[in-house]
Design a protein around this ligand. Structure first.
Ligand code: AGP
Length: 607
């Protein structure tokens, strides 16, 4: 989704802005621009298309030490040069970049037009530049505060005024904004990845706060001008982690990192003496944990699928009713929040608007929400009542892969803790820990030989429709496999419970529509095999993802991919990896932009 970068300091601003925008590319965007101040004039360059197109229009020696940049993911107005940010007021004295949605922009625009303002873009954001210019009487910070007070909606804004060279003002409500504190230079960005090449000292700006910065310093206030004292945080990510390390794409790199990222999510979180887990950030005593009688996992997309798997595991280990809830739906349903329910807001980015707002709604009703996040210091991580970092390291590819398996790891540990407080014996706990600790090595085995999956992708990548079918704990894996394939390869794919196809989807079966079955050696295996036969009987191609040694499956399916034998609760980890690779290789076969699929954003910060 849209990205922001701002710089003030002694260095040339343009290369820093362009490099920052490149690092934000992964969020998804369709146009980009920068505006740099030099000698009392702005130099505004913006283009629909990729950052390389923009770069081609920026002179290498563009002078100026203060500037702002933006990647736009269109919401209001089509993808054109004019609609790209930064925007200016009609006099060109004020320039702004904006993430989020100004919900009352039409009313504000009507009012400004009645006063003679002429708008040149179709965006909601342009009104902010006009409002700041309207309010300006020699104090940019004051003008920004007055302008945003009139705005309804979400924003992360950075503004400059031509009469205040070397000065940036940022404001936040609902869209992330982080200040980077350098040595004699300052940065503002929507995401730390844009600035960690320059500084790891950051200050997270909160909703309702305004930050005013020059090369030498900054101060933070609220909209009523009260000073807000903020702590400087240290970002632990290394620059190399957001680079490709020799892989052609981030998606492949991230799939291959999973043995390591899962091991990291487990590190220091197993208590062998009691065969249980240890999650320090839960902020709950054992007595409080014992009182919990329902668990709900709020999430979107891939994180929701991880939540569905985890709910299954929680019910099975701890016998606690558990479910995953689409955050976008829960929020508007007037949810029933019970005293002894525990909620998890599960989000890789920690910035997904649907999940954040669902979390706030539950908290408003008095519910306790813990975060399961990857991005340290993200909004959900900060606003939750406790939680667990999954420690995947930066996930840059838009299609989420390693975050899924690390989310599972964290939630499995929670299920283990709850299970060991209730139904599970020491011996059951010990076996579960052993099985969980074996997962990284088992995934490594899959990754060591990807040739069969590549061959499968070559064979099927031209199909236009796919079904992914699984049951029980692997039903969400089928949903996730379908999501991955459609996201990166644009092949239409649906995930279903294998049992459900006879209730409708079986009408889709034909020789051009492959069905990809997930066939673990669990209690539902024979049922899934029957469903495979039903598809074969209707001339549908069948692919099976089965467990090593299952020769019967090979007699029915046209193609089989094997995963190592494991504890049956661990199959979601092992089954999802070949489907991630399958999606990736199909996308390559089809020449798709794997890391930045069309129309998608990594961090969906609007509703
Ligand atoms: C997955 O590949 C996605 N691109 C998307 O579904 C994602 O999982 C969803 O937007 C939620 O993101 P989050 O985990 O950052 O909250």
């Amino acid at each position: 989704m849209c990205g922001i970068i701002g710089y003030c300091g002694p260095r040339a601003a343009a290369p820093i802005l362009i490099e920052g925008l490149k690092r934000l590319e992964y969020r998804g965007y369709d146009s980009a621009g920068i505006n740099v101040e030099h000698d009392g004039a702005f130099q505004l360059i913006k283009r629909a298309g990729k950052i390389n197109d923009l770069r081609a229009h920026v002179p290498e020696d563009l002078p100026g030490h203060t500037g702002i940049g933006h990647t736009r993911w269109a919401t209001h107005g089509s993808v054109t040069d004019t609609n790209a940010h930064p925007h200016t007021d009609p006099t060109g004295a004020v320039t702004i970049v904006h993430n989020g949605i100004i919900e009352n922009y039409q009313a504000l625009k009507n009012r400004l037009e009645a006063e003679g303002h002429v708008f040149v873009t179709e965006t909601d954001s342009e009104v902010v530049a006009h409002l700041v210019a309207d309010m300006y009487d020699g104090d940019l910070e004051k003008a920004v505060k007055e302008a945003v007070s009139l705005v309804k909606g979400t924003y992360g804004i950075v503004a400059m005024h031509i009469d205040e060279p070397g000065h940036l003002v940022g404001a936040r409500n609902g869209s992330p904004l982080v200040l980077g504190v350098g040595d004699g230079e300052m940065f503002l960005a929507s995401d730390v990845t844009a600035i960690i090449a320059h500084t790891k000292q950051v200050v997270y700006i909160e909703d309702g706060e305004v930050v005013s910065l020059t090369a030498d310093g900054y101060h933070t206030t609220d909209l009523r001008n009260n000073t807000v004292v903020k702590e400087i945080d240290h970002v632990s990510w290394e620059l190399e982690e957001i680079e490709k390390a020799g892989f052609p794409h981030f998606m492949e790199k991230e799939i291959f990192e999973q043995p390591e990222s899962i091991a990291r999510a487990l590190k220091g979180r197993i208590d062998p003496e009691y065969a249980t887990g240890h999650l320090g950030g839960l902020n709950l005593t054992n007595r409080e944990l014992l009182d919990i009688n329902r668990v709900k996992i709020l999430a979107a997309g891939t994180s929701y699928h991880a939540g569905m798997v985890a709910a299954y595991v929680l019910e099975s280990l701890a016998r606690i009713p558990a479910s995953a809830e689409l955050a976008s739906e829960l929020r508007y349903r007037n949810p029933i929040v019970e005293r002894n329910s525990l909620y998890f807001a599960t989000s890789q980015s920690g910035e997904t608007a649907d999940t954040l707002y669902a979390m706030r709604e539950v908290q408003r009703k008095g519910g306790r929400v813990l975060g399961i996040c990857n991005v340290v210091g993200s909004t959900i991580a900060r606003e939750s009542d406790g939680g667990v970092y999954i420690h995947s390291g930066p996930e840059i590819a838009v299609a989420s892969t390693k975050a899924f398996t690390s989310q599972l790891t964290a939630l499995y540990l929670f299920a283990l803790i709850m299970g060991r407080m209730r139904d599970m014996s020491y011996e059951q706990g010990r076996r579960f820990v052993e099985a969980l600790e074996a997962v990284p090595q088992q995934i490594q085995q899959i990754l060591d030989d990807t040739m069969p999956i590549q061959a499968l992708a070559r064979k099927y990548a031209r199909c236009e429709n796919f079904l992914f079918l699984g049951r029980g704990i692997n039903y969400p894996v089928a949903l996730e496999a379908a999501l991955k394939l459609k996201e990166v390869s644009y092949i239409h794919a649906e995930g279903y419970s294998a049992a459900e196809i006879k209730h409708g989807p079986i009408a889709l079966i034909n020789p051009d529509t492959p069905s990809f079955f997930i066939v673990p050696d669990d209690g539902l295996r024979d049922k899934v095999i029957n469903n495979m036969k039903e598809v074969k009987a209707r001339s549908g191609p069948v692919i099976a993802l089965a467990v090593e040694g299952d020769h019967e499956v090979a007699l029915i399916a046209d193609d089989v991919i094997y995963v190592p034998k494991a504890n049956e609760l661990m199959y979601p980890f092992l089954m999802v990896v070949p489907t991630q690779l399958f999606g990736y290789y199909c996308a390559l076969e089809r020449g798709c932009n794997v890391d930045q699929p069309r129309n998608l954003a990594k961090s969906v910060t609007v509703e």
